[in-house]
Design a protein around this ligand. Structure first.
Ligand code: GLN
Ligand code: ZN
Length: 768
C-alpha cells in the first residue's frame, strides 16, 4: 500500500467543561461570588492547556478558540462587538457584561434579563441567540481567537483556531424587525478580515471556519451572501488557509456552492451523511484539502476502524495528489471527555465505547494506517475489531423476543379501539366538568425530596424509610390538590430524578455512566443514558406509586409516563440499527406500562413527549419520514387501552405551529401544550387547523415564580375558546411544577381553578 502524500489529523473542538466538570464548578463559584475572576481565568487556562496537550499527544492538531466560558456563539457576539445596547452599561467590565448576556444580571441597581437561548441545530446544546437590528455596528470587541492561539503556541503547541463563520453567525441570530440579518454582512466582514490578518501575524497557518448552516435548506440570498463573504475573505492578503467546516448533515443542494467557494479546504460530515461522499469527491477541485469527518462526534460508540479506513482509502485513491485531513465528524463538544473516569460501566460495555479522548486516538490510528502504519496503529485496529466482534456477538444486545414483538406490530397495534368521538362518549364515565383542570405531573422537588433521594442512593436512608417518605409526600400532594379543587390529580413525581433516567434505570438495554457529562448550556451538563441493546421492561415501572396515589382519592389520578420519542431523543442511541427501530422497542415497553396502569385502576394516563419537535430532521424534505415513525411510536405506546381510558400527552420547549397536524395524528385524547410564553401564538395554528381532540393550552408560565392573576388566565381561556370548541378545552399550567416552590404553586393553581370556574359560569349563563 503506497502512502498518501499529505495526510494529517485535526480536531474540530474539544469539550471544555472538563473531565470532572471543573469549569462548571469554577463558573458557579464565580457567579456565587465565592471566587474571583483571576481564579476563574486560572482554572480556564489550566483546562485549555490540559486539553491541548492531550490532543497534541494524540498526534492530532488541536483547535483553539473552541474554549468558552459559556457559549461559542456568545463569544462571537463579544468578538464582533455586537453587544445589544441594553448591556452597554457594563462595557467597562467585559466579563460581567458577557455573563449578563448569558444569564442576566440583577446586582447593584442593574436589572438585565438574559439573552434568548435556543438549540444548536439538532443537538442538545443550547446557544445564545445573537440580537441584531438595522443599526448594529460591528467592531473587534475581543481578540480571544488570537489570544488563545498564542496561549497554546507558548506551550509549544500549534493549533488551528476555529471561528464561527459570518453567514452562520448572522443566520443564527435574530433581527429585531424580523428581517434578514444578511443585510449586515458588509459591516461584519471587516471584523473577520482583521481577525484573519491578526491570526496570520500571530503565526496561524490554518483556520477552521464553521459554516454549519450549509447543511440546511438555504435561500438564494444565503447562497449569494456566501459567495460575497468568501470572495472577500479570500482577498485578505496574508490570511491563514481556511477549512470551511460543515457538519450534522449532507451538503445536498449546497454542495456546488460549498465546493466553489475560494477556500483551501472543506470539511464534510461522513458519519451523519456518508452517502454524500461520492458527490463530494466528484465536486471538490483537486487543489482543495478534504477534511473527512469520519469519527462520530455526536455519539459514544467506538468506530469500526477497518470500515473507516476503507472510506479514507477510497478518498485517497480518488484524490491521489490532494491533501486529506482525518477528523471527527463535528466538534467533540457533544461527547463526554474520556472513559478513564468511567467507573460505572462493566468492562464489556466500556470496550464498545469511545468518548472524546478515545475518539482522538481513533483519528490518530486512522491517520497512521493511511501512512506508514506502525505498531500503535496495528494495536488500535486489533482492539477496534475485537470490540466490533464482541458487540455484534454479545448476547446482551439482541433478544429474540423483542424481534418477535416488533414483527408482530400491525396497523391494529397503532390504533385505539375506536375513533376519538366514540372514545369521548366512553370517557364520560370519568365524570369531568367542562374546562377540566389538571397539572402536567411534577410538583415542587424541594430540598427535602432531593435530600431523601440522595440519602437513599447513598444508602443512608433505607428503602422502607424512603418509601414512607415518598408516600407521605404523595398523600400531602393529593390533599392539596383536592383542597384547591383540581379535577384530575397527579401523584407529583417525587420518586423521579429525571424523566428519562427514571425509565432508563428500569428498562433492560440501558446503561448509565458515572461521568458521561455533556454540556447542555453554560455550566449545565446532562448525562444521557446509553441505549446499547434491545429494550425490555422486566417489571412495571410506575404502577405501584400510581395505584397508591389513586387509592387515596375518589378523583381520577393521572398515571405519568415519558414517551418513546423523548426517551430516544435524550439518550445516546445505539448505532447498529435505525433509530426508528429502537424507538419502537421503547414504545412497546411503554405500551406494557400503560396497559398495567389501566389494569391497576388508572382511568387517565399521560405520556409526555416534550422532545418530539426537536427530533425533526434539519432538512424539511426529511420531516415527513421522521414524523411518521415518531407518531407511530407514540400510537404504539398509547393504543393498548380501552376506549374508557383517557390518554393525555404533553409537549413543551418549542413552537408546535408547523407540526400541528402530526400532533393531531398522535390521536391522544388530550394534549397539554406550552403556549403561555408565546401569549398563545399557538392558537393561530389552531385557528387554521381544527384540532380534532381535546387540548389544554398552558394558561400560565411555570418558568417564572410569578403568580398569574385569575383575570389573566380567564382572558387567555376566552381567547382559546374562540378557536377551540369550549367543550374540548382543558385548563392547566404549561409544564411541570418541579422547579417551583409550594407557596407560589398553591396560589397559582388556586387562581387557575377559579379561572376555570369563571368560564364554566359564563358558559352556563350563556346557555340559559
Ligand atoms: N411530567 C413532566 C413534569 O411534569 C413533564 C416534564 C416536561 O415536559 N419536560 O415534570
Ligand atoms: Zn413540559
Amino acid at each position: 500500500m503506497s502512502s498518501h502524500p499529505a495526510v494529517s489529523a485535526s480536531n474540530l473542538g474539544f469539550p471544555r467543561i472538563g473531565a470532572r466538570r471543573e469549569l462548571k464548578r469554577a463558573l458557579e463559584s464565580f457567579w456565587a461570588g465565592k471566587a474571583d475572576a483571576a481564579s476563574l481565568h486560572a482554572i480556564a487556562s489550566e483546562l485549555r492547556a490540559k486539553h491541548w496537550r492531550l490532543q497534541h499527544d494524540a498526534g492530532v492538531t488541536p483547535s483553539s478558540n473552541d474554549f468558552s466560558f459559556y457559549d461559542q456563539v456568545l463569544d462571537m457576539v463579544m468578538i464582533t462587538g455586537a453587544v445589544p445596547d441594553r448591556y452597554r452599561a457594563l462595557d467597562g467590565d467585559p466579563l460581567r457584561q458577557y455573563f449578563a448576556m448569558a444569564r442576566g444580571d440583577q446586582r447593584d441597581g442593574v436589572d438585565l434579563p438574559a439573552m434568548e437561548m435556543t438549540k444548536w441545530f439538532d443537538t442538545n446544546y443550547h446557544y445564545i441567540v445573537p440580537e441584531f437590528d438595522q443599526n448594529t455596528s460591528f467592531r473587534l470587541g475581543s481578540e480571544k481567537p488570537v489570544e488563545e492561539y498564542l496561549e497554546a503556541k507558548a506551550l509549544g503547541i500549534e493549533t488551528r483556531p476555529v471561528l464561527l463563520g459570518p453567514i452562520s453567525f448572522l443566520t443564527l441570530g435574530k433581527m429585531a424587525d424580523g428581517g434578514s440579518a444578511l443585510t449586515l454582512l458588509d459591516g461584519l466582514l471587516p471584523i473577520y478580515e482583521t481577525l484573519l490578518r491578526r491570526l496570520a501575524a500571530a503565526g496561524a497557518r490554518w483556520v477552521q471556519i464553521d459554516e454549519p448552516i450549509l447543511v440546511l435548506d438555504l435561500s438564494e440570498a444565503h447562497r449569494a451572501a456566501f459567495r460575497t463573504a468568501y470572495d472577500r475573505l479570500a482577498k485578505v492578503g496574508d490570511a491563514p488557509q481556511a477549512v470551511l467546516t460543515t457538519y450534522f448533515g449532507a451538503l445536498g443542494d449546497n454542495l456546488d456552492l460549498a465546493t466553489s467557494l475560494p477556500v483551501a479546504g472543506l470539511h464534510v460530515d461522513l458519519v451523519r451523511a456518508p452517502e454524500q461522499l461520492d458527490a463530494v469527491l466528484a465536486a471538490l477541485p483537486a487543489d482543495r484539502v478534504l477534511s473527512a469527518g469520519i469519527i462520530d462526534g455526536r455519539n459514544i460508540w467506538r468506530t469500526d476502524l477497518d470500515t473507516a479506513l476503507g472510506t479514507l482509502r477510497t478518498i485517497a485513491t480518488a484524490r491521489p495528489r490532494s491533501g486529506l485531513i482525518v477528523a471527527p465528524s463535528c466538534s467533540l463538544l457533544h461527547s463526554p471527555v474520556g472513559l478513564d473516569t468511567e467507573t460505572a460501566l462493566d468492562a464489556e460495555l466500556r470496550s464498545w465505547l469511545a468518548f472524546a479522548t478515545e475518539k482522538l486516538s481513533e483519528v490518530e490510528a486512522l491517520t497512521q494506517a493511511l501512512g506508514a502504519g506502525g505498531e500503535a496503529a496495528a494495536s488500535a485496529f486489533a482492539s477496534s475489531s475485537a470490540a466490533v466482534i464482541s458487540r455484534r456477538a454479545s448476547t446482551r444486545i439482541h433478544r429474540a423476543e423483542v424481534d418477535a414483538r416488533l414483527d408482530a406490530i400491525t396497523a391494529e397495534s397503532t390504533r385505539r379501539q375506536s375513533p376519538y368521538p366514540t372514545r369521548r362518549s366512553a370517557q364520560r364515565s370519568i365524570g369531568l366538568p367542562t374546562f377540566p383542570t389538571t397539572t402536567i405531573g411534577s410538583f415542587p422537588q424541594t430540598a427535602a425530596v432531593r435530600n431523601a433521594r440522595a440519602d437513599h442512593k447513598k444508602g443512608t436512608l433505607d428503602t422502607d424509610a424512603y418509601d414512607r417518605f415518598l408516600r407521605d409526600e404523595i398523600e400531602r400532594t393529593v390533599r392539596i390538590q383536592e383542597t384547591i379543587g383540581l379535577d384530575v390529580l397527579v401523584h407529583g413525581e417525587f420518586e423521579r430524578n429525571d424523566m428519562v433516567e427514571y425509565f432508563g434505570e428500569r428498562l433492560d438495554g440501558f446503561a448509565f455512566t458515572a461521568n458521561g457529562w455533556v454540556q447542555s448550556y453554560g455550566s449545565r451538563c446532562v448525562k444521557p443514558p446509553i441505549i446499547y441493546g434491545d429494550v425490555v421492561r422486566p417489571a412495571p415501572m410506575t404502577v405501584s406509586w400510581s395505584r397508591f396515589a389513586q387509592s387515596l382519592t375518589d378523583r381520577p389520578m393521572k398515571g405519568m409516563l415519558t414517551g418513546p420519542v423523548t426517551i430516544l431523543q435524550w439518550s445516546f442511541v445505539r448505532d447498529d440499527q435505525p433509530r426508528d427501530v429502537t424507538c419502537r422497542q421503547i414504545a412497546l415497553a411503554i405500551r406494557d406500562e400503560v396497559v398495567d396502569l389501566e389494569a391497576a385502576g388508572l382511568r387517565v394516563i399521560q405520556i409526555d413527549e416534550p422532545a418530539i419537535r426537536e427530533g425533526l430532521p434539519l432538512r424539511k424534505a426529511d420531516w415527513a419520514q421522521y414524523l411518521a415513525w415518531a407518531v407511530d411510536a407514540f400510537r404504539i405506546a398509547s393504543s393498548g387501552v380501552r376506549d374508557e381510558t383517557q390518554i393525555h400527552t404533553h409537549m413543551c420547549y418549542s413552537e408546535f405551529n408547523d407540526i400541528v397536524d402530526a400532533v393531531a395524528s398522535m390521536d391522544a385524547d388530550v394534549v397539554s401544550i406550552e403556549t403561555s410564553r408565546s401569549k398563545m401564538e399557538l392558537l393561530d395554528a389552531f385557528a387554521r387547523f381544527a384540532y380534532p381532540n381535546e387540548i389544554g393550552p398552558g394558561v400560565y408560565d411555570i418558568h417564572s415564580p410569578r403568580v398569574p392573576p385569575e383575570a389573566e388566565m380567564v382572558t387567555l381561556l376566552r381567547r382559546a375558546a374562540e378557536v377551540i370548541p369550549a367543550d374540548r378545552l382543558w385548563v392547566n399550567p404549561d409544564c411541570g411544577l418541579k422547579t417551583r416552590g409550594w407557596p407560589e404553586v398553591e396560589r397559582a393553581l388556586t387562581a387557575m381553578v377559579a379561572a376555570a370556574r369563571t368560564l364554566r359560569a359564563e358558559q352556563a349563563a350563556a346557555s340559559n
